[in-house]
Design a protein around this ligand. Sequence first.
Ligand code: IDP
Ligand code: MG
Length: 137
Amino acid sequence: MEKTLLIVKPDGIQKRIIGEIISRFEKRNLRISAIRMLRVDTELAHRLYDIHKGKPFFDELVDFITSGDVVAMVIEGDNVISLVRKMIGATDPMQAEPGTIRGDYALEIGRNTVHASDSQERAAYEIGLFFKEVPKV
Ligand code: IDP
Ligand code: MG
């Protein structure tokens, strides 16, 4: 059983499609095992996007992910990392197939609605960033 981190980015929250995105994974019989809404601060954004430091779009990436609330969730299932990547579609929404989340809801590469981990190593790292503390109830 694998786990992956899925983030609904600020444009997804603004478009009021959190429920539709969660529904897609649930209808595929995947399990949402943790979920939270939060505002990502600059430090967390830098950790999430550490591999993109130095790229021309890095500042834009940090500005956007910190611009409004996001919903982060852990999704579990067999081969869930590659399955969720298929379900979100290509990074550039103009290249994303219809039927994928980006192919159905997004138009701009910088506002492509969702983030998903791309490997087991990144999934473990990214889940640790968003779900490292025991929640207070
Ligand atoms: P991914 O989200 O499909 O894994 P990555 O290459 O990891 O794509 O890039 C992270 C995010 O950075 C993308 O989701 C996208 O929002 C943004 N991004 C990637 N490439 C570009 C670009 O060339 N211009 C502007 N933004 C980009
Ligand atoms: Mg990526």
